[in-house]
Design a protein around this ligand. Sequence first.
Ligand SMILES: CC(C)(COP(=O)(O)OP(=O)(O)OC[C@H]1O[C@@H](n2cnc3c(N)ncnc32)[C@H](O)[C@@H]1OP(=O)(O)O)[C@@H](O)C(=O)NCCC(=O)NCCS
Length: 188
Amino acid sequence: MNSQNSPHFNPPIQQTVLRYPDNQHYQLRSADASFPSTDTTKQDLVAACNEPFLYDRIFRERLQGKPYDRDRAEYFLSWAREGWRNNAWFVFAVLSPEGKIVATIDIKTDQLEGAEIGYWCSEKSTGIMTNTVLALCNIAREAGFRHLYARIAPDNARSIGVVSRCNFSPAGLETRNGVQHLRFNKSL
Ligand SMILES: CC(C)(COP(=O)(O)OP(=O)(O)OC[C@H]1O[C@@H](n2cnc3c(N)ncnc32)[C@H](O)[C@@H]1OP(=O)(O)O)[C@@H](O)C(=O)NCCC(=O)NCCS
């Protein structure tokens, strides 16, 4: 049953996202129990997450400089399924027209009044993230979320560009665990 205090999703969720500027059709899909956890899926994650630009921004510190490997990909997919199973966090993958995972985006909590989002995309598929965030905002609004926010390192111009194009509003600096991020809020 729907409740005002927790999100109401109906997975699996699948939606077409157009890549800018060539309008190629990518698929945004919930990474729930129905999402394939095959060797190919894991290889796609390993390939993308070890791309230097993405690895340096998201994984280098977290993995203490070790490569993003198959075990990590397997853990990620099972953590994604667990979130959907418990209606607690909500991970989506973006698939290219060839069916490769080229990006992920997540809503990190079930807090309808303000949940954080996070995302990355492969250098080979730039041009999908703005439209992916816009699609996610619609999906989140339909599920009952009223506000979303993003925390972005001050030097991450590309990510600041994404949330700005999606009409998130700058809300100043936020310090968590001694690290400063710019915060951007959006009402849905
Ligand atoms: C941040 C990140 C997701 C941005 O990806 P991206 O592909 O550059 O983002 P977009 O698809 O929104 O934009 C790419 C380009 O397409 C353009 N574009 C995309 N959608 C558009 C739209 N709907 N309308 C107009 N322009 C658009 C943008 O203007 C941008 O052009 P530019 O490179 O000339 O500035 C990517 O760089 C990344 O994964 N970085 C590493 C991980 C990371 O930083 N994650 C975020 C942590 S907070």
